[in-house]
Design a protein around this ligand. Structure first.
Ligand SMILES: Nc1ncnc2c1ncn2[C@@H]1O[C@H](COP(=O)(O)OP(=O)(O)O)[C@@H](O)[C@H]1O
Ligand SMILES: [Mg+2]
Length: 139
């Protein structure tokens, strides 16, 4: 991993700082234990997801073995909070649930898409913050 010094900060959530790593990728750096958990959740969920569902999840390219950082594909546009997008996101949530993934933290109580967590890429919604998602364990 090359030094992140001098890399532009693109965003900051509660638990992670996000740096512009290259033209095509961002580095999500954990700033607390919860940040490490979020990075680990994203890696686990991405690996767990069926191939056809992965297109709805920000692509993970690399990660540190202790999950202190992950390298994710960079998404430039955010999803607008239109009714059409809300419906599309609901459909994606259904598909993920059928894949035993429990989506969290992408829709607000009032039904609006949480800003910053959902991108639009090639006309498709892509969830870029799925650090709070859970995988349902089968009994
Ligand atoms: N793959 C990405 N491409 C571009 N920007 C991103 C990407 N992932 C996150 N960001 C930006 O960084 C912010 C914080 O990242 P996020 O994953 O939401 O961290 P947290 O789990 O701390 O909320 C996001 O709101 C978004 O603006
Ligand atoms: Mg976030």
């Amino acid at each position: 991993m090359s030094n992140i010094k001098g890399k532009r900060k693109l965003g900051k959530g509660h638990y992670r700082q996000v740096f512009n790593f290259s033209n095509t990728s961002v580095l999500k750096l954990a700033v607390s234990k919860k940040g490490i958990r979020s990075n680990r959740n994203e890696v686990k969920v991405y690996k767990h997801a069926r191939k056809k569902n992965r297109k709805y999840l920000g692509k993970i390219k690399k990660y540190g073995k202790n999950y202190t950082w992950i390298l994710m594909k960079k998404y430039r546009s955010r999803a607008k909070n239109t009714e059409a997008n809300q419906i599309r996101l609901k459909r994606i949530i259904k598909k993920l649930r059928r894949n035993n993934i429990k989506p969290m933290d992408i829709v607000a109580r009032n039904g609006k898409i949480k800003r910053g967590n959902v991108a639009i890429y090639k006309k498709r919604l892509v969830i870029i913050d799925y650090g709070k998602f859970k995988i349902r364990k089968k009994k």
